[in-house]
Design a protein around this ligand. Structure first.
Ligand code: 6PG
Length: 468
């Protein structure tokens, strides 16, 4: 009998090929499809001798799979996903499952789920994090959608996902919730990713341009931090980045990279959707804004001449420990904002999210993996109805202890005219969140003054208006 394959993957770029190799490593058979013959050939060579099949023909690909078929797409978000899905339709059958592993916008997934369910097809939006290396060695996978459909792919995903926890027993994959929950959770993951990356960049600016640490010293500092409370993938790779030389010039590579950051849009989506939900995520907003400001290189260079930096205040001295505490504090605030957005989205969209589970599968494989996620998982395990990490007693203790350092570091940054938009947004979010009183009574008075918008009072129930 002709061999039928357990799993099919469309999009044989490095990430797709690595994902298939990972599947093969775990004893499943797999078929790959790409319209580019060179990529098909690359998979054939890389998977040599294993139970795999690669083709440029959609029909041959679909027919090679055992039913119900499990077909995963690793193609760019947007139109390419719709095009691939359309190309599959003539060949797939009722009960087959299509999984989108890209960074698709969650509303697109809801639309596709609805369209395909009319034809008896299952569709799962699954966030996959960890890049090409993660796909090969174990990514974090965030699938959503129909739970029974998820059961079809669960054994394969469980096998290939990163492992975390004591003795690496926990697979970094779980059913996130209904509909587009998987894409939504991945979008928030990326929003947090933007925040953490920008916080690290701001800390780098302070230590390099303020405290005058060399790249070598920065590399060593990040290496040390990665052994402590800041242990995280982004701190780890930053330590390597600082120590890497440029092959062309032999200079430190980081010094020859242009300071204009690109973006594919997932961070922006997080901010946009937070606005729609009425949730404040200023650290993530600030990180997106900083990428936008970074793009204004020409204007920034011109303005640099117009506003020369004043002499530095030599009196203020910072310790590396202060900077470390600041990064810990701002890391926590950024995760807290993303997690609170998930809680709000869950209420709005009825996804059925489990916050402890989300923190659990982010502990390994993904870009925002960090030691602190273990503590976040425990905070939600202690109280499943926790509305904010800031209301957890253990995090409160950690934040209180770090606060004096954050104040010092931000004061230093402001005195030295070093931008700290994401750090200060994190600190000010904290101050606002913990203020029993905010001066928004005045905003209400102003609204009532010019627009008769009414206000509530502190001393009696009801809606009031004043003839100002
Ligand atoms: C991941 C990453 C991945 C990708 C980002 C980059 O989890 O593996 O988030 O999805 O690298 O989308 O995003 P930007 O190009 O917007 O920085």
């Amino acid at each position: 009998m002709e061999q039928k394959y357990d799993f099919g993957l469309i999009g044989l770029g490095v990430m797709g090929r690595n994902f298939i190799l990972n599947v093969l490593d775990h004893g499943f058979s797999a078929a790959g499809l790409d319209l580019d013959a060179a990529k098909v050939q690359a998979l054939k060579e890389e998977s040599d001798g294993q139970a795999s099949f690669a083709t440029t023909e959609v029909k041959a690909f679909v027919e090679s799979l055992s039913t119900p078929r499990k077909i995963m797409l690793l193609v760019p978000a947007g139109d390419p996903v719709d095009k691939v899905v359309s190309s599959l339709k003539p060949f797939v059958e009722k009960g087959d499952l299509i999984i989108d592993g890209g960074n698709s916008y969650f509303e697109d997934s809801d639309r596709r789920i609805e369209e395909l369910s009319k034809e008896g097809l299952y569709y799962i939006g699954a966030g996959v994090s960890g890049g090409a290396k993660g796909a090969r060695l174990g990514p974090s996978i965030m699938p959503g959608g129909d739970k029974n459909a998820y059961k079809l792919i669960e054994p394969i995903f469980n096998a290939v996902a990163a492992k975390a926890g004591v003795d690496g027993q926990d697979s970094c994959v779980a059913h996130m919730g209904s509909g587009s929950a998987g894409n939504y959770v991945k979008m928030i993951h990326n929003g947090i990713e933007y925040g953490l990356m920008q916080l690290i960049a701001e800390v780098y600016d302070i230590m390099h341009n303020g405290m005058q640490l060399s790249n070598q010293e920065l590399g060593h500092t990040f290496q040390e931090w990665n052994k402590g409370i800041l242990q995280s993938f982004l701190v780890e790779i930053s330590s390597e980045i600082f120590q890497r030389k440029d092959e062309l010039t032999k200079r430190d590579l980081v010094d020859v990279i242009l300071d204009k950051a690109k973006q594919k849009g997932t961070g922006k989506w997080t901010s946009q959707n937070a606005m729609d939900l009425g949730v404040a995520v200023p650290s993530i907003d600030a990180a997106v804004s900083m990428r936008q400001l970074s793009a204004l290189k020409t204007e920034r260079l011109k303005a640099e001449d117009m506003y020369p930096r004043v002499e530095k205040d030599n009196a203020s001295v910072l310790s590396i420990g202060d900077v470390e505490h600041t990064l810990v504090f701002c890391y926590i605030i950024t995760y807290a904002q993303g997690l609170s957005q998930l809680i709000a989205a869950d209420k709005e969209m009825q996804y059925g999210l489990d916050m402890a589970k989300i923190c659990s599968i982010w502990r390994g494989g993904c870009i925002i993996r960090a030691g602190l996620l273990e503590d976040m998982m425990q905070a939600f395990a202690r109280d499943a109805s926790l509305q904010s990490l800031l209301l957890d007693v253990e995090f409160a203790d950690l934040l209180n202890r770090s606060l004096p350092s954050v104040q010092k570091v931000l004061q230093y940054a402001m005195m030295h005219q070093i931008p700290g938009l994401t750090m200060s947004s994190s600190l000010n979010y904290f101050f606002a969140f913990k203020s029993g009183f905010l001066p928004l009574n005045l905003v209400q008075a102003q609204r009532d003054y010019f627009g008769s918008h009414t206000y509530e009072r502190v001393d009696m129930e009801g809606i009031f208006h004043t003839e100002w």
